[in-house]
Ligand binder design. Sequence first.
Ligand code: TRP
Ligand code: SF4
Length: 330
Amino acid sequence: MTNKKRVLSGMRPTGPLHMGNYLGALANWIDIQDDCECFFFVADWHALTSNYEDPGDLENLVRQIIIDWLSSGIDPEKSTLFVQSKIPEHAELYLLLSMITPVPWLERNPTYKDQILQLQNKDLSTFGFLGYPVLQAADIIIYKANAVPVGVDQVPHVEITREIARRFNYFYGNVFPEPDAILTQTPKILGIDRRKMSKSYENAIFLSDGPEQLQKKVMQMVTDPQRMRRSDPGNPDVCNVFEFHKLYTDSSKNAQIDEDCRCAKIGCVDCKKIMAANLIQALAPMREKRDFYVHNQDTVNDIVEQGSQKARQIARQTMVQVRNAMNITY
Ligand code: TRP
Ligand code: SF4
């Protein structure tokens, strides 16, 4: 046993991860691995809450996201990686928690209302979609996680988790800790068109993009919109290219670019070339790891298999306590 804090988080397998996902969540997972006992899982059942009509090739999506994690620095020696649907105990706890969860808690969940508005092309008037946070609560508390690193959009879900855990403990005795959300700072980087980076806007830089794609996307990036001509001075403070420089270019060189941009000494094309080269270089180790895992899919399967076994053991133990607490002990 360790007395490190236990951390758990998950992502839905909805496609390749982009730099926004990386800087917004994954980078935090990677940092936390040394100090905490970490569990990271693919929420494949959660993907079905809104994509139930066409699950797509879920198996492939699951593998893709695991490869994204592994290649960007999630270390299977340090963290336990698993897939939700391999641990049926989540479903059992979800069912039991559904007995004690008041429907109004779910109806007033801000992400619920928001998604129904946003995804009007989908019929989200399902039981499963309303129950999304109950399944998420089960995911978290079945491991008695103390902390959940997430983006700010997920805070309401962690809050509902705390309320459900509290209600369970009140009815049946103290089984679950109430987890804290660990907030990930949202990165300032935008998509190449200057809107929020998102797969659905087709403006994303993916972790799986190779050097040529990276170069091409950087060259397409919208810069300071006020800078029309090469001779116009620019403003790095409002330029998305410069946000990337801050992350991937030495600070001494950055200061020079900042200065040269403001007096039109450097043009956007040259500025982007420098940034693209640094970005490509920074992502090179990831690309190497990706190559390895893409060519060693058995290793990926083993990692998931072993992680799922380890997770399942813990989930099983918790379920024994839950059944005892609720007198379901035949
Ligand atoms: N709802 C999360 C998301 O969309 C995914 C998720 C499911 C999750 N279960 C979780 C995150 C448990 C943290 C903990 O990103
Ligand atoms: Fe942005 Fe660089 Fe162009 Fe300045 S020179 S506006 S920092 S791309």
